[in-house]
Design a protein around this ligand. Structure first.
Ligand code: SAM
Length: 203
């Protein structure tokens, strides 16, 4: 069976830089809502990794269901949940979406979608679990050169996404793109990159 790269890096995933990025992303997500409106809201994170962003957001939400396809990441997420007594965080593998009957007021994802091969399939699944009036916050890389993932073994994902691609993906899967903005700039191994936030609402 193919080794899952994220299983191998899960224990070292939470660097100070990632912690700081997640703190910024938390603020960007919260900025879109009245904080008082969130305490009854259920949230879903796709590609939650070691759960740091969910931990930062958990005190504002009724609960957060975290989905990740890496067993190693899920274990780290559970460890962090225990460590910080975040009783309203729950952790699942990617099969969860096919079976849940839950509806979410917020679905969000940070730097995970470019690893999801079938983006439209995923967005269609998410469309089924969004609550009436709910929102999708999709945060990921704008188009990047393929060298960006040169050290990632057997990378089969996407070299980021253009605004047009996101618009088309949303159109094809029952989502209306209600906001799109560049929220961060960065540099990795001399490659400059941008990170977008795309907000979707059910059409
Ligand atoms: C680059 S990491 C980002 C982790 C975390 N969101 C963060 O910002 O630190 C991408 C994550 O997406 C997960 N992932 C990849 N494909 C997935 C899928 N189809 N469903 C759920 N999670 C997936 C990986 O296991 C990994 O934890």
């Amino acid at each position: 069976m193919k080794e899952n790269y994220f299983d191998t890096v899960a224990k070292e995933w939470n660097t100070p830089q990632r912690q700081s990025t997640n703190e910024d992303i938390k603020e960007i997500i919260l900025d879109g809502f009245e904080k008082s409106s969130l305490s009854d809201m259920k949230a879903l994170e796709i590609g939650a990794g070691d759960g740091i962003l969910a931990l930062l957001l958990s005190k504002y939400f009724n609960k957060i269901d975290c989905v990740d396809s890496s067993e190693g990441m899920r274990e780290e997420c559970l460890r962090n949940k225990e460590k910080f007594s975040a009783d309203n965080i729950f952790v699942y593998d990617e099969g969860f979406l096919e079976n849940t009957t839950e509806k979410y007021g917020l679905i969000y994802s940070h730097k995970a979608f470019h690893h999801i091969v079938d983006v439209e399939g995923e967005l269609k699944l998410l469309r089924k679990v969004v609550a009436t009036g709910g929102k999708l916050y999709l945060i990921d890389f704008c188009t990047i050169p393929s060298e960006f993932h040169k050290d990632f073994p057997n990378f089969d994902g996407h070299d980021g996404f253009s605004k047009e691609e996101i618009h088309t993906y949303f159109e094809n899967t029952g989502w209306k793109l209600t906001n799109y903005e560049i929220i961060r700039y960065g540099k990795k191994d001399d490659i400059e990159y941008e990170v977008f936030l795309a907000v979707g609402e059910p059409k």
